[in-house]
Write a protein that binds this ligand. Structure first.
Ligand code: ADP
Ligand code: 5GP
Length: 213
């Protein structure tokens, strides 16, 4: 059967709601899912590796990539530039592999409006409460008080984009939310339009009918 085109799974949420945790669990569930490693001008956090969490670039290098048309989308978030390199995504989906994006609403909107828009499944992750969101940001222990305050302030505007997404998850219990994400992807893979070999398969069933008469 012909391979289906890969799906672009876009995960967005206010910072700290659990996107990275859910992204990791989805890839642990199915390691054929590629992760779109973004480029960013922000400084690496302790433990982050260039080329694994992000491609850490200077502003000039980043803008050079934009000018060369190498970005599928890009946006400024919390004063830093972030963008998704286009080439690895095109290669993966043409080969039938799904690609997961951890990007903000601006990036989600740009990809939905791009030529790859029909391949997008978008999921917005909400925290159970704003108090939980703040606790999670603090508990992650990777940002200063000032950075956390900035992220909390931005949360309201990020959350205001929830209705632009195909699916919305409330990340109360991480195992429940992870299972819900698997359900979404499992169902989206079964869409008739994502099974290119179905016509051929049903023709074979019909010829079996004919052989019986
Ligand atoms: P994001 O990628 O959206 O910024 P993270 O995945 O880094 O968020 O999660 C922020 C923090 O919250 C992490 O320390 C993570 O372990 C924790 N976390 C994620 N989901 C849950 C949950 N359902 N309950 C409690 N803590 C969670
Ligand atoms: P962080 O600095 O916490 O890793 O990410 C901050 C925000 O930037 C998160 O909301 C994350 O989803 C978003 N982000 C990360 N990579 C990209 C990207 O390539 N494009 C866009 N538009 N947003 C991104």
């Amino acid at each position: 059967m012909a391979p289906r085109r890969g799906i672009l799974i876009i995960l967005s949420s206010p910072s700290g709601a659990g996107k990275s945790t859910l992204a990791k669990s989805l890839r642990d569930w199915d390691d054929s899912i590629a992760f779109s490693v973004s480029a960013t001008t922000r400084a690496p956090r302790p433990g982050e590796l260039d080329g694994r969490e992000y491609y850490f670039r200077t502003r000039a290098e980043f803008l050079g990539m934009v000018d060369a048309g190498e970005m599928l989308e890009h946006a400024e978030v919390f004063g830093n530039l972030y963008g998704s390199p286009k080439a690895p995504v095109e290669t993966a989906i043409a080969a039938g592999n799904d690609v997961l994006f951890d990007i903000d609403w601006q990036g989600g909107q740009q990809i939905r409006q791009s030529s790859l828009g029909q391949d997008v499944v978008s999921v917005f992750v909400l925290p159970p409460s704003i108090a939980d969101l703040e606790r999670r940001l603090r508990g992650r222990g990777q940002d200063s008080d000032e950075v956390i305050a900035g992220r909390m302030q931005k949360s309201r505007s990020e959350i205001s984009h929830w209705a632009e997404y195909d699916y919305v998850l409330v990340n109360r219990d991480v195992d429940v939310a992870a299972a819900q994400l698997q359900t979404i992807l499992g169902a989206e893979r079964l869409r008739r339009t994502r099974q290119p070999g179905l016509g051929e398969f049903v023709r074979a069933l019909n010829s079996e009918f004919e052989d019986r008469t």
